[in-house]
Design a protein around this ligand. Structure first.
Ligand SMILES: [Fe+2]
Length: 291
């Protein structure tokens, strides 16, 4: 579905609107009724209410843990014209169709899979301005949404470190940047917006919308260490190399030798462990095998 040129010029590099990428068969226009049927365990359901006061481009959010309340809640938001977005996490666990949609992108790199997110939103709603560490595709299935995309340079260094896993600086509230967006597009059914890591973005619904976000996580040495089960790793101990530690490595940079070398350095410097241990080598090998 994605061209070689996409991977050469855009993947991990630049955002792009892929107009009409999804054919009607791939779209399986999902109805509101089907959306509510997907609200079952283990799906996490969150509701966002867009607010536009001194914190421009922000939203209030809450978890709805009583699945029976979701449909009436959304219907009353429609009735009272409250700008509400319902956001479901982990939808791949209950929808084979969404798994097939992810496969159809043919990106592979399954070791970087993030959860699939589905949203239902009414007019004028949004979840606010934000950025992520992942390479993501926003797939419009029903209705219309306008998306504004901003350069990574509009984010503060502390927000970037927070997005990339630093526990030291949690920055959750963000304002929409004063700079102009580098991309402003309206997504219609079948359109896909590709966003590389750290490109800030904000979507606002123009016509009642259903969309799916399919993403590949950004990888940092911190992520690999977590995968290896290094639960006791205290991220604050890597202060000296913090900039590098939270950097997202591209596919090209993530060669086995480099990662291995860096992990050895971190272990060696910080924990003085026996780095030649078979256990670590085997686990690393398994991760690298799936590259
Ligand atoms: Fe996003």
């Amino acid at each position: 579905m994605l061209s070689d040129n996409f991977f050469k010029y855009f993947w991990e590099e630049r955002p792009i609107l892929l107009k009409g990428l999804l054919s009607p068969e791939k779209l399986f226009p999902i109805t509101k009724g089907e959306f509510f049927k997907l609200c079952v365990s283990p799906i996490l359901v969150r509701a966002y209410q867009r607010v536009e006061n001194e914190d421009t481009g922000s939203a209030l959010s809450t978890i709805i843990d009583d699945y029976g309340l979701i449909k009436p809640f959304y219907e009353s938001a429609l009735e009272f014209k409250q700008p509400i977005t319902l956001l479901l996490n982990n939808v791949e666990k209950v929808s084979k169709k969404l798994l097939d949609l992810r496969d159809s992108f043919n990106v592979k790199r399954s070791w970087r899979y993030d959860d699939i997110v589905l949203t239902l939103s009414n007019v004028n709603s949004g979840i606010g301005f934000h950025a992520g560490h992942e390479d993501g595709f926003i797939c419009q299935m029903k209705g219309k949404r306008i998306w504004n995309v901003y350069e990574p340079s509009t984010l503060s260094p502390s927000y970037i470190r927070s997005v990339l896993g630093s526990k030291e600086e949690i920055v959750s509230q963000l304002k929409r940047p004063k700079e102009d967006p580098i991309l402003s597009v309206i997504l219609e059914p079948g359109d896909v917006l590709y966003l590389p890591p750290l490109y800030g973005h904000e979507g606002i619904t123009l016509e009642e919308s259903i969309s799916a976000s399919i993403a590949w996580r950004g990888i940092t040495p911190g992520f690999i260490l977590t995968k290896l089960g290094v639960k006791y790793l205290n991220l604050s101990v890597v202060k000296d190399n913090r900039k590098d530690f939270f950097k997202i490595y591209s596919e090209r940079e993530l060669a086995f030798a480099k990662i291995h070398e860096e992990l050895i350095q971190v272990y060696h410097d910080r924990f003085n462990l026996d780095l030649k241990s078979k256990f670590i080598s085997e686990k690393l090998g398994k991760i690298i095998e799936t590259f």
